[in-house]
Design a protein around this ligand. Structure first.
Ligand code: OAK
Length: 830
């Protein structure tokens, strides 16, 4: 008991202190103090990076105040807490977001201006933490933002990758990968908690022992151990509460082996340190494509074990017993990457705390919820049993035991057939045998959810069919959402200003209030302001494009935007086929009424994904052909913006006129880029896939360009005798485009370059591009028609924004809280 340090004393003093004051002068004083004492510079010798860092520390102090206050409340009121487990996060740059959350953007800019510093320039210095691949990681960060905004007590756990998602360079039209060095200038947003660390074991064997009292225990004798240390980043909600992102870094327990050193083996003396640190070195850059690599399994287990040990520590620290763990924590598994948590919690409870199996299993199931983010078979995680045994021998035994009990239950309580048993088991016996992680997560959780209405239905119908039959109440849907703070307030300040001046500022925390804009949709003055803002945002993106690629884009063109990971199911190549069609029409002189269009692509391909990389090459090859051809380039431009990131996304979304959401129906679990673009006033051309379905329901068919087969039709066609070549034969436009693709005109130096795409489309076409081509063109014709009437287009753009209320991540978090976590927000508490 350190009575002298009284929290109230501390806060009341600090609240008065300049160190966390929110006035312009307090911010200025703190900034100078940080520059001097923290960075060790006087303004004369300081670099722009020094300034950025000084400002970051200044803001961090203020964030900490809010964070500490929230933590105290959770502890004092002994509140139930969400523990979000995710192998990926994509928070985007912190500085501007924290300024927004604290409500101090203006006074900070003014404080900097008085010192002759342009705050915007400092904001641009920040390297964002690229600790994720795409949708799944960004969703986790939107959810953190919302939990902190609404006031859902939460802690998010993950991995502090030293190297995040690779930097994408485009050379010769091809993707090249470079290391992401996000930590090279340090990271002012995190604090290392050296005292918070856990030992993690790997490999070895187990010993089953019965002591003299007849008690049975299992000892795991590992062949290596390392330590996970906590690095905390405080997360501040919008004018709200604090949360925390706790990331684990792997370190050696003994960083130096003196006996090896003394024997002269200098390499071996530091070898353990190097091997240990490898675990959190680098993010696997695969998006919905499994690697099955040992290091990846170690990463997953490492962060899960650290996180669960941390939760247990926090629980016991509050003076509670482990029997009540599920009452105090709702642990959410963000896909199966953390699913090993089910076995690890059982190990901790049964082996380390000697709680009997049934009780432990009850606690475990009541703690976990599992969110599935994909139906793609190649993304469903499986771990080979020999590999698993080598890395986690005790967990294999535990999984066998869970499986055994589960199979018994199926057989004797539910009378399942052998076929059902083998479909549902946690173990797949084919080949060398493997563990089905989605089954482990489903069996070990009390709730399983998909991420859009359609996806949740398909999950129950296909991937987890038997489980949904067995436990219908376990399954639910939580449609994804996005943070309006990051994806409009921060990224589109002009539109945010106009909306706030029209309907007040409540919409930023209650997105449904956007519906008040409907009244304005036909108001010519409002429309003009709306259009002018879009134009300004397009001009700004156009400058950026010029800077990055050297290509000039006229901001009066229609900006047709297709930005997301590059994947065959997302069908960037369907978009390209249409571009080639337009190109050929112009070349034939059929371009009288053609609307000038800039096609803007961005996105990374997994380094080992041949077709995705070839699609990037195809986009850039088409760009090279078109952008230089003076017969065409006043009507068409094709841009590939390299190195898509949260920062880049924030620049692109506000400038979009048309949003491409054209995945094959049944493949995109939800999509969130669709929501971000629509919230910024783009109209969508899309299929009935993922959350597009619900977006169209909200926005209305008249304000949405729908095309293509639906999921059921896709399924039906696949089961039938789908012949993509028939479409080639019957559709003249498609034939022209395909012939052009294989003609060699796109790659004279290597005429067969695109043959793999050509052949796949013509003879296999797993993503039904040939089947959807005609429908896509028909829908695009409607786009052109509507674009012709700019006032009408603008009306639709306003309506799109007005009807996006449902897609706030605040709503998603409220759904999780009421359906799955059963946690009340601070706001609803006295
Ligand atoms: C990545 C790796 C494994 C499994 C899923 C993913 C993933 O990123 N899935 C994406 O999750 C997003 C958030 O739920 C969805 O919006 C995307 O549709 C989905 O592809």
């Amino acid at each position: 008991e350190r009575k002298a340090i009284n929290f109230d004393l501390l806060t009341s003093k600090t609240i008065k202190s300049k160190r966390i004051g929110l006035s312009k002068n307090d911010i200025k004083d703190s900034f100078l103090e940080n520059l001097f004492f923290h960075i060790g510079r006087v303004p004369k010798g300081a670099t722009i990076m020094d300034y950025y860092q000084a400002l970051a520390y200044t803001v961090r102090d203020r964030v900490f105040k809010e964070f500490v206050t929230t933590v105290k409340r959770i502890s004092d009121e002994d509140l139930r807490v969400v523990a979000y487990l995710s192998a990926e996060y994509l928070p985007g740059p912190h500085l501007a977001n924290n300024l927004l959350s604290l409500g101090i953007t203006e006074q900070t800019a003014a404080a900097m201006a008085e010192l002759g510093i342009d705050m915007e320039e400092l904001i641009l210095q920040e390297e964002e933490p690229g600790l994720g691949n795409g949708g799944l990681g960004r969703l986790a960060s939107c959810y953190l933002d919302s939990m902190a905004t609404i006031g859902i007590p939460s802690i998010a756990y993950g991995i502090r990758y030293e190297f995040g998602i690779f930097e994408q360079h485009i050379k010769n039209g091809l993707q090249e990968e470079y290391t992401d060095k996000w930590l090279q200038y340090g990271n002012p947003w995190e604090v290392v908690r050296s005292e918070i660390g856990y030992n993690i074991m790997f490999g070895g064997s187990t010993k089953h022992v019965t002591d003299s009292n007849g008690n049975f225990t299992v000892n795991w004798i590992p062949d290596s151990k390392l330590r996970g240390t906590a690095y905390d980043t405080p997360i501040l909600g919008y004018k709200g509460y604090g949360s925390i992102l706790r990331l684990w870094r792997a370190e050696a327990i003994d960083t130096f082996d003196f006996s090896a050193y003394n024997k002269g083996d200098y390499y071996k003396a530091v070898q353990e340190k190097i091997l240990s640190e490898n675990i959190t070195k680098v993010l696997y850059p695969n998006d919905e494509q499994e690697t099955g690599k040992e290091l990846r399994l170690k990463q997953q287990y490492f962060f899960v074990s650290c996180s669960l040990q941390d939760l247990i520590r926090l629980h016991l620290l509050q003076g509670r017993i482990l029997d009540t763990l599920h009452e105090k924590f709702a642990i959410q598994l963000n896909d199966t990457h953390p699913a090993i948590a089910v076995a690890e919690l059982m190990r901790l409870l049964v082996d380390d705390y000697q709680i009997d199996w049934d009780k432990s299993w009850n606690i475990t199931q009541r703690c976990f919820g599992y969110t599935n983010h994909t139906l793609l078979p190649e993304a469903l995680e499986k771990w080979s049993i020999p590999l698993f045994r080598r890395v986690l021998p005790r967990h294999l035994e535990i999984i066998y035991e869970i499986n055994h009990r589960f199979v018994q239950e199926l057989k004797y309580q539910h009378g399942c057939s052998d076929e059902q048993l083998s479909r549902m088991a946690l173990i797949d016996h084919s080949g060398e045998g493997s563990i089905r992680m989605a089954h482990l997560a489903t069996v070990g959780s009390h709730k399983v959810n998909g991420v859009s209405a359609l996806h949740s239905e398909l999950l129950k119908k296909h991937v987890l069919y038997d489980f949904a039959q067995l436990w219908p109440d376990k399954f639910c849907n939580v449609t994804n959402g996005i943070s309006p703070r990051r994806f409009i307030a921060l990224s589109n300040p002009l539109l945010t200003g106009l909306i706030t001046e029209t309907i007040g500022s409540g919409w930023l925390t209650d997105l449904k209030e956007l519906s008040k804009l409907e009244n304005m949709a036909e108001d010519p003055t409002f429309q003009n302001k709306w259009m002018a803002i879009k134009q300004t945002n397009k001009a700004s993106l156009s400058d950026h494009i010029k800077l990055e690629t050297g290509i000039s884009v006229d901001p009066s063109m229609m900006f047709d935007v297709h930005v997301k990971r590059i994947h065959e199911y997302k069908r960037q190549h369907l978009n390209v086929l249409n571009i080639l069609h337009l190109y050929l029409q112009i070349k034939k002189g059929n371009n009288k009424d053609m609307i000038p269009m800039a096609f803007i692509f961005a996105g990374k391909a997994a380094p080992g994904y041949f077709m995705a990389k070839l699609i990037i090459k195809l986009i850039t090859a088409v760009g090279d052909l078109i952008n230089q051809d003076t017969e065409v380039n006043d009507k068409l431009k094709v841009i590939f913006l390299p190195d898509f990131s949260v920062k880049k996304a924030q620049h692109i979304y506000p400038a979009a006129d048309l949003s491409e959401q054209i995945s094959m129906a049944g493949k995109e679990a939800s999509g969130t880029g669709n929501m971000k673009l629509s919230l910024n006033g783009a109209l969508t051309i899309g299929t009935l896939d993922g959350a597009n379905v619900e977006m169209m329901e909200e926005i209305g068919m008249d304000n949405f360009f729908l095309f293509g087969l639906n999921a059921e039709e896709v399924q039906h066609k696949k089961q039938g005798n789908y012949k993509p070549g028939d479409h080639y034969v019957h559709n003249l436009h498609l034939r022209e485009v395909m012939d052009f693709l294989i003609s060699g005109a796109l790659s004279p130096e290597n005429p067969k370059l695109f043959q793999p795409i050509y052949e796949q489309l013509l003879y296999d076409d797993p993503y039904m591009i040939m089947a959807d081509f005609e429908s896509y063109l028909i829908s695009r014709a409607k786009v052109y028609e509507e674009w012709g009437n700019q006032s009408n287009w603008t009306k639709k753009s306003i309506i799109n924004v007005a009807r996006m209320g449902k897609f706030s991540s605040d709503r998603s978090i409220q759904d999780y809280s009421s359906l799955i976590w059963k946690i009340d927000s601070f706001q609803n508490r006295p």
